[in-house]
Write a protein that binds this ligand. Structure first.
Ligand SMILES: Nc1ncnc2c1ncn2[C@@H]1O[C@H](COP(=O)(O)OP(=O)(O)O)[C@@H](O)[C@H]1O
Ligand SMILES: [Mg+2]
Length: 374
């Protein structure tokens, strides 16, 4: 079921929760809405679900205007961040509830509850009440209840936020599998967690202060962030943003960072027309800063290790360069195990992974995914 949202606005008193949101979700697509708390995610999903009315704009589901589709025929289900199950009912009865309400015959209820329990690995819990289920089982039960009426559009509002880290990881994989098995169900998944959005969404729409600021595949957003907000939101650990100044010399333009002068030749095209003295925000991915002397090389600078955070397979290093610029870098464990706090470290930057943003607006001048013009 295709979903089209056209110029939807919604205000609560003085708060503009949504400001002209437009997007299209393809039939059967897994579409993630990524945005920090307060961005308008819940409001948008509630409007799509028909629980809330927009002040203006339109919503088309399968080509029909939402307001023309009777509530009973909407075929949309929503799962909320806090999933309310009926505590006095068993898993079976919780799953069966929407079907009983719809007066589905007893035999069919039994069959469909069995099917959905199987799909969500809840069969062993059918006789038990929610209080005796694990957090993940309760969540799957809530999702089962949303799925049992076979919605063509499934709206998920931060469904993993209240689960612990391990369970979130497992459930992410579970959602992808579920989406494959459901085949035709269109899913809109709202989350403040970039990892969830990028790992599950075929496309991700980034919501900021009630506006969609960028739509793209996970790779698009990572390599080609449209502004510094998206650049900071996508990628883990977050991108380093350092102020640089454009200089003009005999040999052409360069970008002065507090700890390094970069020959600007690779970005010549993007920087055409910017006068000397222009301030830029330079984005350096933690994955694009290497210890010098490793196989890859690039322009180098000295730094000092400030913090180490070993994560098993990789270590995150916080370093200080050029006096007081803090940068993060990520090293494979085998390169990091000898490095200690306060050690000097020689670093190199990967020019391919640099993004440039305007200092004032944050708009991308050069995206790391774009062809360099050297
Ligand atoms: N019923 C409401 N009354 C007043 N303000 C609201 C209401 N619902 C949401 N808001 C405000 O609208 C903005 C967007 O909220 P919400 O859609 O819940 O964001 P998100 O789900 O991304 O955290 C917030 O500033 C929030 O405080
Ligand atoms: Mg919300």
């Amino acid at each position: 079921m295709e979903l089209t949202i056209g110029d939807v606005a919604k205000r609560f008193g003085a708060v503009e929760a949504l400001r002209g949101v437009s997007l299209t979700v393809n039939s059967g697509e897994f579409y993630a809405i990524l945005g920090p708390s307060g961005a308008g995610k819940t409001t948008l999903l509630r409007i799509i679900a028909g629980i809330e009315k927009p002040d203006s704009g339109h919503i088309l589901i399968g080509g029909r205007d939402l307001s023309d589709i009777p509530v009973r025929a909407r075929n949309t289900a929503m799962v909320f961040q806090t999933f309310a199950l009926y505590p006095h009912l068993s898993t079976f009865e919780n799953l069966a509830y929407p079907l009983r309400e719809a007066r589905v015959p007893r035999d069919e209820i039994k069959r469909r509850v069995g099917e959905i329990a199987e799909m969500l690995r809840l069969t062993h819990t059918l006789a038990r009440k929610p209080g005796t289920l694990s957090g993940g089982e309760q969540q799957r039960c809530a999702i089962g209840r949303a799925l049992i009426r076979r919605p063509q559009l499934l709206l998920l509002d931060e469904p993993l936020t209240n689960l612990d880290a391990k369970l979130r990881h497992d459930t992410r994989a579970e959602f992808k599998r579920l989406h494959r098995e459901l085949k035709t169900t269109t899913i809109v998944y709202a989350t403040p967690d970039q990892l969830e959005a990028l790992s599950m969404g075929a496309r991700v729409g980034v919501l900021k202060h009630g506006r969609i600021v960028q739509v793209g595949t996970p790779a698009d957003l990572y390599t080609g962030p449209g502004d510094d907000f998206v650049a900071s939101l996508v990628g883990d650990p977050p991108i380093n943003l350092v102020t640089g100044t454009l200089r003009e010399g005999n040999g052409g333009q360069s970008i002065d960072l507090p700890f390094l002068g970069l020959d600007a030749a690779p970005w010549r095209k993007a920087l055409t027309g910017f006068p000397a003295g222009t301030k830029l925000k330079v984005g350096l991915r933690p994955q694009g800063i290497w210890p010098r002397g490793s196989s890859e090389t690039g322009p180098g600078f000295p730094a000092k290790v400030f913090l180490t955070e070993p994560l098993g397979d990789v270590t995150i290093l916080d370093i200080v360069a050029g006096g007081d610029t803090r940068l993060r870098m990520v090293l494979p464990q085998e390169q990091a195990y000898k490095i200690a706090v306060d050690d000097p470290i020689e670093c190199a930057v990967d020019l391919q992974q640099i993004c440039l943003f305007a200092q004032d607006t944050g708009t991308a001048i050069h995206r790391s995914g774009a062809e360099a013009a050297a």
